[in-house]
Design a protein around this ligand. Structure first.
Ligand SMILES: [Zn+2]
Length: 184
């Protein structure tokens, strides 16, 4: 089981999840039931505002994370860089079925922040129980990950109510925990 605080599972560099962990009840698109329903609700709401949310990636098994990380080790000039931009196996919350990479099907990377969907999500996602998991403005020090304008995390509406539109509040700050791990 992942490390859990106030009923919210937290997977990070500080709190990796075991190789064997597979969430129960994953939907076809790789989300746990509540997250899947909340994404459907959010997608419908966005559509009303003329924004089409597309899911690029959700559940990632430990084995998939391993493949991605090993590829990154070959691509990046140093192990540090590879670790900065990629989760080591077990460190990705995609393994929980509670994370979704969202985009418009066209613009990827940092530029997602400037797209209609990137802007809409940062403002509205908390209304549907989703939060921007890796915000900008120096929050890398807290989450352990650089700004990812596409990566959203389902925490439920109750908890997400503490997240203002366009906030840079992190899940770690909200829960009062540390996300980085210097010992890795
Ligand atoms: Zn992601």
């Amino acid at each position: 089981m992942p490390f859990t605080v106030q009923g919210i599972p937290v997977v990070s560099r500080k709190h990796p999840v075991s190789k064997k962990y597979v969430p129960e009840g994953l939907s076809k698109r790789g989300l746990v039931k509540a997250a899947d329903a909340a994404l459907t609700e959010m997608t419908k709401a966005a559509k009303k505002d003329g924004v089409t949310i597309k899911l690029r990636s959700a559940y990632r098994s430990y084995a998939t994370q391993e493949t991605i990380f090993n590829r990154a080790l070959k691509t990046y000039p140093s192990v540090e860089k590879a670790k900065r931009y990629n989760a080591e196996p077990g460190n990705s919350e995609h393994q929980t079925g509670l994370a979704a990479d969202l985009w418009d099907g066209n613009t990827w990377g940092d530029a997602v922040a400037r797209t209609k969907i990137g802007k809409w999500l940062w403002k509205h996602a908390p209304e549907y129980g989703w939060i921007l998991r890796y915000p900008p403005d120096g929050k890398e020090e807290i989450t352990g990950y650089i700004y990812e304008p596409w990566h959203y995390r389902y925490i439920g509406k109750e908890a997400a109510a503490a997240f203002e539109p366009n906030t840079t509040l992190t899940l770690e700050e909200y829960l009062g925990i540390d996300g980085t791990a210097e010992n890795q």
